[in-house]
Design a protein around this ligand. Structure first.
Ligand code: FES
Length: 155
């Protein structure tokens, strides 16, 4: 069984420059640790041959990389302009009501983190909601209970 260090070396070997392996290495570290804790950043930096500060600086730029603990599932609503015009705020409020929390929080059982995010790239299909890595399009407040039920069913 290969170690995290070995897996990062394999990633680095795919690219002419180790910097290109930074994002996949951070994703790998996040998968292993659940989020990019200080330990995860140190381990990643060691495997890449750089500093934890560099890894953290990259991680802070990307929404999909988490520097704080998150739930086992991630529910994200895009609130950028096209989705906002399609009623994203009402979708956000429906999720907050269904989950009993505010955007940016995690359910008490640690299962679901809910948050708003920048454009998910599906502007023509607003409102877009990402559940883990699966996208739901044309989401309305009426569809929220079904989405939450499906997430809880998978929990
Ligand atoms: S603005 Fe929502 S997906 Fe682009």
């Amino acid at each position: 069984m290969s170690t995290f260090y070995d897996e990062v070396q394999a990633l680095k070997a795919r690219y002419p420059d180790w910097l290109s392996a930074t994002m996949p290495a951070l994703r790998l570290a996040q998968e292993k640790h659940g989020y990019l804790s200080p330990d995860a950043l140190r381990e990643c930096a060691n495997a890449l041959g750089t500093t934890p500060a560099f890894c953290e600086s990259v991680a802070t730029f990307y929404d999909m990389l988490h520097l704080q603990p998150v739930g086992r599932h991630m529910v994200e609503v895009c609130t950028n302009l096209p989705c906002a015009l399609a009623g994203a705020q009402r979708v956000v409020e429906a999720f907050e009501e269904q989950l009993g929390l505010r955007a940016g929080e995690t359910t008490g059982d640690g299962e679901i983190t809910f948050r708003t995010v920048e454009c998910l790239g599906g502007c023509g299909r607003a409102t877009v909601v990402a559940v883990d890595e699966r996208y739901h399009e044309f989401v309305t407040p009426e569809k929220v209970p079904e989405i939450v039920g499906a997430v809880r069913g998978n929990a």
